[in-house]
Design a protein around this ligand. Sequence first.
Ligand code: DMJ
Length: 581
Amino acid sequence: RDTFFSRSPPAAAEPRHASPVFFRRLREKLRTVARMAGPPAHTAPGSRQQVQGGERRAEPATGAPPARETRAPLRFDYERFRRSLRHPVRFFRPGEDPETRARRMKIFFLRSPRLPSRLCPTLSMMKFAWDNYKQYALGKNELRPLTKNGHIGNMFGGLRGATVVDALDTLYIMELEEEFQEAKKWVEKSFDLNVNGEASLFEVNIRYIGGLLAAYYLTGEEVFKSKALELGEKLLPAFNTPTGIPRGVINLGRQDTHSLFSPCSGMSWSWGWASAGSSILAEFGTLHLEFLHLSELSGNPVFAEKASTSQLVLNRVEKPQGLYPNFLSPVTGNWVQHHVSIGGLGDSFYEYLIKSWLMSDKKDSEAKKMYDDALEAIEKHLVKKSAGGLTYIAEWRGGILDHKMGHLACFSGGMIALGAEHAGQERKQHYMDLAAEITNTCHESYARSDTKLGPEAFRFDAGTEAMATRLSERYYILRPEVVESYMYMWRLTHDPKYRQWGWEVVKALEKHCRVEAGFSGIRDVYTTTPTHDNMQQSFFLAETLKYLYLLFCEDDVLSLDDWVFNTEAHPLPVNHTNFKA
Ligand code: DMJ
């Protein structure tokens, strides 16, 4: 029996990592991060530096001695960055001479005659989703397509326009020019960061910061960069914990404006539902990509330091059977619960390990090793084959397997394929096969439903294979993970079945989720007359439609050589070189 977890609360007084060895490793790690982000302009221990909107000391990670390398703000050379890209970012290429374009189109259409008729629907779906959001809900977070109004919700702490920010890069790459300008105008004129409310650190990071960063890198428009940096600064107080592991909820009000009316500004909490005040693996483990770019663009290492501290603490903590449980105490650095999942609560932590390595141009070897080891443990303990021959990834509760896979876990086919290319020679084909098998299982969860859309969770027990068994797990909320894996599998194998499967999803979305004023989730995938949930999720525009579009267009549009997609499908550039002037 695994003895690693202590049932009694661990002694809170002594953070586990307050040792000289920890600080030495942290300093080494930060030096690597600093090297990845480019050479320091000057080295002045403890000197003050100017960042957007004020003076800020380059903060040491919690309790650690001040980072030695601080840097003056450097001008990010956007033109140089664009020149460094190895491929174009869009299907239609500005400045391309007509002859080259005609030749390229001819080759594209000859190779895949059905594609134009598949690519175009994804464009018009995006336009339909955006137009309705704009008409009925602009400035709210999401569209309610049945009642034709907006939804605000409570994840974004007073921030508005989640759909606008999530949609920016998709509109841009699809060349929906007018619509992109509408979205940009809203960000310029109406996107207010001066808000006061409780936000999910994770959601604000992946949707808003990820969306703004991607929009900046794609367009060079300063407004996106400055909003991303300003918002990034507002998230920093969440990291003020004994371990440096952030808490999940943060009040976005300014810290210096505590008053009777906003007494909680800048404060952070753990989610009420998370056991014993713990932080969630998929939340604090899904910051690295965005935070490294915040440092890259601002010249302020504080963001990279914060994200790297989490990675370091996780690397160092003892792992039961090599697995990472979903709940960790930000006070003690100990695991708090026994639940391991590659789906909800765990998912994007694993994704960010392999993507951190790729984004660092394969220099962040610590992240790669963590990914390799984690995948090995997952395969050993969680990957199973059903009686009917379907490979799936079970969940683990204190050593007991729950033979269930969530829709969220279906991103893992794409992730494992992405990592397979870079596995040791003897493991490459093995991981590619595993990725294909998992993607196939996720496809089966769609194929076995009446709507041809997949349920929120499906099971492999009591004779069930890849179907939901509980009423509460039958819904589909426009999630992207299955088409995300199709996109990666297509790009990495060119097996046409992935495009065929993507096309089945397009048809099903059109048939069951399109309503008069947008797209809506459905409550039961096992009936051909499903009721709608009246919600057009912002990730439908950020992810589902973007991945479908990328599945049907040329591989070099947002090429995997140049970009990594954050967990909300916002493309962030691989750091081939440093772009500082
Ligand atoms: C998205 O916000 C992100 O993909 C996140 O990582 C998981 N959940 C949703 C989509 O299902």
